[in-house]
Design a protein. Structure first.
Length: 368
């Protein structure tokens, strides 16, 4: 993970921090929102597109034949096709590989280059997908989107945390997840509409990813680097001057000193990966790796990726499967409102435990 010059909730002098919500903070939120939107959109769009016959006829005729010939009892596995799976999962694989490179770029060159590169890669991916005439073009587009996700997901939440005034940091950070969920829902709704535009509705679905991508890229052009990143890379004066601008006050001493301290501490760690494996850092290591790991391992993305296909496989019609996916997306988007309002009142732990119990019960219910 890039960065290290940030002290969550503010540093030791947090009570002395001053500043208002300047236009920089607002633009940072817009870019963060577009980064989340496009991630969510790319997660939510492929399942619906895959369930459209026009799309299957063009790129996966074998699947289309199999699907339309299959009788009710042969419904199961009618989408079983490695190339089709490659179309969906190439995005996540590319994202995984890109995130390794993205962390180095974000740390060494700053958050802004990663945001710009991510936005650019998203734009290329969306264009390739919308214009695809063959499978390689389609998969290359998904790979470019995945690279965008690798860079965007690395840099955008970090950028948002560093730009946000300490008091708004928690709330603004949730904005990113909020935008992801809205992106998923938007994709489900758009698929529901474009499925009726024959035979090129799928091109519209895939091409509309360019809207948040352009917002992220153009927004990124107007964004400054973060003070934390400048300080971390030794540009103390520039970092201070920027903090004055971003916070809209000249009284930034307390926050600046905290950033310098945090960055010194971060730079003193010579072998971060060796260090994180030491026994005293075990709780942090376990939390930082296992929480997201198990959150992903619940299989949430199998639902998000394949919801329309799953519903179709169990016998729903084309329309019904697409609007069932809209319901899944809407529940997912509504749930984030609950966390936004509850997170500061009830605390992180309660929500975390409640979510675990709820998921356990649902999964036990589903499998029985
Ligand atoms: O809201 C669900 C979505 O949120 C994420 O877990 C990211 O935090 C995605 O992997 C998933 O699709």
């Amino acid at each position: 993970m890039a960065g290290g010059g940030i002290v969550e909730g503010g540093g030791t002098r947090a009570h002395l921090y001053e500043g208002r919500t300047t236009s920089f903070v607002v633009i940072a939120c817009i870019v963060a929102a577009s980064g989340g939107l496009i991630f969510g959109y790319d997660i939510g769009i492929s399942g619906g597109v895959t369930s459209m016959d026009d799309f299957l006829v063009k790129f996966f005729p074998v699947v289309e034949r199999h699907k339309n010939q299959s009788t009710k009892d042969q419904d199961y596995c009618k989408y079983d096709n490695q190339k089709l799976t490659a179309f969906t999962s190439s995005l996540y694989l590319a994202g995984l590989v890109a995130s390794f490179g993205a962390s180095g770029v974000t740390r060494r060159f700053g958050r802004r280059p990663s945001i710009l590169f991510g936005g650019f890669s998203f734009l290329i991916g969306a264009a390739l997908n919308a214009a695809a005439v063959n499978l390689p073009m389609l998969i290359l587009g998904r790979i470019m989107l995945g690279v965008g996700i690798g860079f965007g997901n690395q840099a955008v939440p970090l950028y948002l945390s560093e730009m946000a005034p300490a008091k708004l940091r928690g709330g603004l950070n949730i904005m990113f997840q909020f935008a992801i969920n809205i992106g998923i829902l938007a994709a489900n709704l758009i698929n529901y509409g474009t499925a009726k535009i024959k035979p090129w509705g799928w091109r519209l679905s895939l091409g509309l990813a360019a809207v948040p991508a352009a917002l992220m890229f153009v927004g990124g052009l107007f964004l400054p680097e973060t003070s934390n990143s400048l300080i971390e890379r030794g540009h103390l004066e520039k970092g201070r001057a920027l903090l004055v601008k971003v916070r809209g006050t000249t009284n930034v001493d307390a926050e600046f000193e905290d950033m310098v301290d945090a960055s010194k501490k971060a730079n003193e760690v010579k072998h971060p990966f060796r260090n994180i494996l030491k026994k005293r850092n075990r709780p942090q290591l376990v939390m930082a790796t296992f929480i997201p790991f198990f959150q992903q391992l619940t299989g949430i993305n199998a639902i998000m990726f394949y919801a329309p296909v799953l519903f179709k496989t169990i016998g729903f019609g084309g329309d019904a499967s697409l609007y069932s996916a809209v319901i899944t997306g809407a529940v997912n988007a509504l749930a984030i409102f609950v966390s936004i309002f509850a997170v500061d009142r009830l605390g992180r732990r309660i929500l975390f435990l409640q979510a675990g119990v709820q998921m356990f019960i649902s999964q036990a219910g589903l499998s029985s």
